[in-house]
Design a protein around this ligand. Structure first.
Ligand SMILES: [Mn+2]
Length: 194
């Protein structure tokens, strides 16, 4: 069972997170920020992961530090749970629609961090539960930097923040599930290392 638990404590936040790539599907998500919990639950349901999150953050400032630090901690847990990455599918992508919204997530569990996501270009206003598409970028930066993956996230349609952020998490979840599957016996790299 590929699983990792990370505890990360700073002066701004405290995050304890367990990620299991091979289930059991479910877990308890309590970040202190209900909209973030709603998004993390998408990772559980649509990524079919085990995910337990217990977090506290300086929400009296705003949502930024907590959202970013949960992304960082999730990335750290993903990297540790993947281990040497031998046998993983590595590449995956997913389109997810939510009514008028359409998001495409394309990722490579390459070991190299790269995020391609430009919320400025989207014209998405609003911050459901205090979480905006700019906070989504902070979460994804934390995830890609610490998880060692390349992620291209394209919002192809949609201007309503709740749907755009939620469809993004669902697409990320589906692609992460597919990319983390153990599908063969070798390292999927001609370089010999990920
Ligand atoms: Mn929703």
């Amino acid at each position: 069972m590929r699983q990792a638990t990370i505890e990360r404590v700073t002066r701004e936040t405290e995050v304890r997170l367990t990620l299991g790539l091979d289930g059991p599907v479910g877990g308890t998500v309590a970040s202190g920020l209900p909209f973030l919990d709603h998004m993390l639950e998408q990772l559980v349901r649509h990524g079919r992961f085990q995910l337990d999150v217990e977090a506290r953050g300086d929400l009296e400032v705003d949502a930024h530090h907590l959202v970013e630090d949960v992304g960082i901690t999730l990335g750290m847990a993903l990297a540790r749970a993947l281990g040497d990455r031998v046998g993983i599918e590595r590449y995956a992508s997913a389109f997810v629609p939510m009514d008028e919204t359409l998001v495409h997530a394309v990722l490579d569990l390459s070991g190299r961090p790269h995020l391609a996501f430009e919320p400025e270009a989207l014209g998405v206003a609003g911050a459901p539960g205090g979480v905006s598409v700019f906070h989504l970028r902070e979460f994804l930066r934390g995830l890609t930097n610490h998880g060692g993956l390349t992620l291209h996230l394209r919002v192809l349609a949609g201007r309503e923040a709740h749907h755009v952020i939620e469809a993004s998490f669902k697409a990320l979840a589906r692609a992460l599930h597919a990319a983390t599957r153990l599908t063969h016996d070798e390292l999927p790299s001609s370089k010999g290392v990920l």
